[in-house]
Design a protein around this ligand. Structure first.
Ligand SMILES: C[S@@+](CC[C@H](N)C(=O)[O-])C[C@H]1O[C@@H](n2cnc3c(N)ncnc32)[C@H](O)[C@@H]1O
Length: 238
């Protein structure tokens, strides 16, 4: 059975105590992550302490924004092994979560975790963000779109902002050096109906790792021509 002492300690530093059930969920999730990672490539991080810091605690840093309280509807773009969407769901079971990734084997893994943890109001779906963002079922349906380690902010904004309702937020989890990327994405974010609210600097508890959360407010509908197809958001960012 996996150890989650570093996670428990790190959250303790923030004054947060996990329930028995939440602890069981994180342990089971970590067990499955390590087991599946031997068969398919999900993550390069496999050590108990590193998983706690670089996956679980890092995924939970957005809770400092207070935006993840209550029954929010959120989508995690390019979720990979479920980060940050799945730890956020374990933390606040009221969240209604969509996990999206273009690699089906990772979605199969996530569905196994969802089943093993008996989580409700969470879906793992296979596909590309720039395609789902054009369909009525997903477009402008979410209070929050969040993403970590998927693309540069200009490209990622075109993938992400179409999912967000007017009045909602797009949160991009980035490293500490993000100013250049922010500057390059500014014009596109405006075209997509967003407004950069702030850059929140966060230290991952129980570590010296500094990251930033870019918080973008959706103030207008995204024009229907976005997201563009044919790989344009990546090849030719706005
Ligand atoms: C480096 S991994 C990051 C995974 C996870 N967010 C994390 O931080 O551990 C990037 C993930 O984004 C997915 N991805 C890349 N482009 C995508 C797109 N256009 N739509 C959906 N998923 C995408 C990849 O399949 C991969 O699983």
């Amino acid at each position: 059975m996996s150890n989650i002492e570093t996670l428990i300690e790190g959250l303790g530093d923030l004054g947060i105590e996990l329930s028995v059930k939440q602890k069981e969920h994180f342990i089971k999730y970590k067990d499955l992550l390590k087991e599946w990672n031997e068969k398919i490539n999900i993550t390069a991080i496999t050590d108990d302490i590193e998983i706690d810091i670089k996956h679980f605690l890092d995924s939970l840093t957005p809770i400092i924004t207070k935006l993840f309280e209550g029954k929010k509807k959120i989508i995690d773009i390019g979720t990979g092994g479920g980060f940050p969407g799945l730890p956020l769901k374990i933390f606040n079971n009221e969240l209604q979560v969509t996990l999206l990734d273009s690699l089906n084997k990772r979605i199969i893994f996530l569905n196994e975790v969802i089943k093993a943890l008996e989580l409700k109001n969470i879906d793992a779906i296979h596909g590309r963000a720039e395609e789902f963002g054009r369909t009525p079922k997903y477009r402008e349906q979410y209070d929050i779109c969040i993403s970590r380690a998927v693309a540069s902010l200009d490209t990622l904004s075109e993938y992400s902002l179409p999912f967000v309702k007017v009045g909602g937020y797009f949160i991009s989890m980035k490293g500490s050096e993000v100013d250049e990327e922010l500057k390059e994405a500014e014009k596109g974010i405006k075209l997509l109906g967003g407004k950069i609210l702030k850059k929140e600097i966060v230290r991952i508890p129980n570590s010296d790792i500094i990251h930033s959360l870019i918080i973008i407010h959706k103030i207008q509908e995204t024009p229907t021509k976005y997201p563009r197809g044919g790989g344009k958001p990546k090849k030719n960012p706005l």
